[in-house]
Design a protein around this ligand. Structure first.
Ligand code: RET
Length: 289
């Protein structure tokens, strides 16, 4: 039998279309997403143009890696824009936004919960490894260190996603956050202690320091922003402003970062080159030059 309570909950269920329209009709939230779809697309085309004449395989690997950051980004922001990878989540007892409501901008309907752009954390799992691969290759690091940095990095993002999606207990949200930060320390150690020595040996210290510093400062910024944004302590309660923070970090950590890497690589192919057969796997290995 259908009672009044279940009727209300049916009426209040947030659909994907509600979320799509919410993004569309909230200028702050919407612009934080649409701007990045445009920027990611434009960067991809621009990087393709810049690198059109590069034929050294190791330089190409660094460039492709940097370009993949934008390729993942356009997919990530499309997920958010379509409402596929966002939700209105009801925060557990003890969270600053426990019992908060959100007005859906499309329908004007008020629903319980706060907006979560959880797709960001999901897709960072696929974009940030390419940032680290590019930095590790520039530093001339070995497979062990690159593998370690990348796997722990992916775990940062997956556990960050778990922190965002856990609604059962406030403590468990922060426990996930603490696990994520612990993995982050591993990545920071590699960036700050291991790779500088490798970069020195490779003669790439200058560009390494530039992109490494940019990365370390911004990545710490993401972690702090999560803690103070609507999903953490909610010092910033608004989902749109929280989202713009990440979007600004993304613009520097992805597109500006990639431009610096690609532009430098194009000009320093001699230094980066591992020979024309670098990475070859078949019998038809061209003669080494
Ligand atoms: C989270 C929350 C949990 C604790 C930590 C985090 C770190 C996130 C970082 C994100 C970097 C994202 C980039 C995206 C570009 O594509 C998940 C926010 C430590 C470091 C560079």
């Amino acid at each position: 039998m259908l009672d009044v309570q279940s009727l209300t909950s049916v009426a209040l269920a947030v659909t994907q279309q509600d979320l799509f329209e919410h993004v569309l009709n909230d200028p702050v939230l919407g612009s934080s997403i649409y701007a990045n779809i445009g920027l990611a697309g434009a960067s991809l085309l621009f990087f393709m143009f810049l690198a059109r004449n590069v034929d050294d395989p190791r330089s190409q690997l660094i460039i492709v890696s940097a370009m993949l950051v934008s390729a993942v980004s356009i997919s990530s922001y499309t997920g958010l824009a379509s409402g596929l990878t966002i939700d209105v989540l009801q925060m557990p007892d003890g969270h600053a936004l426990e019992g908060a409501t959100t007005t859906l901008e499309g329908s004007g309907e008020e629903v319980e919960g706060t907006i979560s752009l959880w797709g960001r954390y999901l897709t960072w799992t696929f974009s940030t490894p390419f940032i680290l691969l590019a930095i590790g290759l520039i530093a001339g690091s070995n497979v062990t260190k690159i593998f370690t940095a990348i796997v722990f990095d992916m775990l940062i993002m997956v556990t960050g996603l778990a922190a965002a999606l856990t609604t059962s207990s406030h403590l468990m949200r922060w426990f996930w956050y603490a696990i994520s930060c612990t993995f982050f320390i591993v990545v920071l150690y590699i960036l700050l202690v291991e790779w500088p020595e490798d970069a020195k040996a490779a003669g790439t210290t200058e560009i390494f320091n530039l992109v490494r510093n940019l990365t370390v400062v911004l990545w710490v910024g993401y972690a702090v922003w999560w803690a103070i944004g609507n999903e953490g302590l909610a010092l910033i309660e608004d989902g749109g402003i929280t989202s713009w923070g990440y979007s600004v970090f993304d613009i520097v950590a992805k597109y500006i970062f990639s431009f610096l890497v690609i532009n430098w690589t194009i000009k320093n192919q001699d230094l980066i080159s591992g020979g024309s057969s670098y990475g070859a796997t078949g019998d038809a290995i061209p003669a080494d030059d």
